[in-house]
Design a protein. Structure first.
Length: 93
């Protein structure tokens, strides 16, 4: 009986800790495509080094007005946008 209670406590503590770690592991933070760093842009799904550089070059010429505008950047298509649309924000800070 005592071992069962100890096991239950360990499992519950593990689940609690896992609940805190999952949001950090999924990279659920919002990414401002007008101002965030290259490293932050690269946290988006399917955005690597080259595409992050293209996003930065694009926004230097003209800031993004809507999240959908990211699809104007070479290498960012509908699928990439769809997988990231909940994380992309557009602010001019």
């Amino acid at each position: 009986m005592l071992k069962t209670k100890a096991c239950v406590k360990i499992v519950l503590i593990g689940l609690l800790l896992l609940g805190f770690m999952v949001p950090a592991a999924t990279g659920a933070d919002k990414v401002n495509i007008n101002t965030d760093s290259k490293e932050q842009l690269m946290t988006l799904h399917n955005i690597g080094d080259v595409v992050a550089d293209r996003i930065i070059e694009y926004r230097k010429a003209q800031p993004f007005k809507t999240p959908e505008d990211i699809m104007k950047v070479k290498g960012v298509g509908q699928k990439t946008f769809e997988s990231n649309k909940d994380r992309i924000v557009v602010k001019n800070e």
